[in-house]
Design a binder for this molecule. Structure first.
Ligand code: SF4
Ligand code: SF4
Length: 118
């Protein structure tokens, strides 16, 4: 299994980190040198810019956590990195919780699963 986060869409909501039963995700500060430490292709890596349509959709939403904060405070903020994609058991919990619809999972027979926020 391979897992990556399309970083320009990640709001930093922590939902993936909170629901994953096998600790695939870690939250990194946006300035961390480890922020692209997963299998995201070059155009989905973090280069310091959030996708404008994601930013305008979420930046004013009041749902109890920070959006697009530079650093993680342990409850929200930062950016998600799929540091341990090989541990994924394809439970799909993260796929329905991801605000940015930016998690991509490829299974061992090359089927691709993408997040859709419910
Ligand atoms: S689908 Fe994989 S990465 Fe997502 S929550 Fe389940 S085990 Fe974790
Ligand atoms: S659930 Fe999606 S938007 Fe939220 S921190 Fe994880 S990857 Fe980013």
């Amino acid at each position: 299994m391979q897992v990556y986060v399309e970083k320009p869409k990640c709001t930093g909501c922590h939902h993936c980190f909170d629901v994953c039963p096998v600790a695939v995700f870690e939250m990194k500060d946006r300035a961390s040198p480890d922020v692209n430490n997963d299998t995201a292709p070059a155009d989905e890596q973090w280069k310091g810019q959030t996708l404008p349509e994601i930013k305008s959709k979420w930046e004013n939403v009041q749902d109890g956590h920070k959006h697009f904060a530079q650093a993680s405070d342990g409850t929200s903020g930062g950016i998600s990195v799929a540091v341990q994609g090989s541990a994924c058991i394809l439970c799909q919990a993260c796929l329905v919780e991801c605000e940015g619809e930016c998690i991509v999972i490829t299974d061992d027979t090359d089927n691709v699963y993408r997040s859709i926020y419910k």
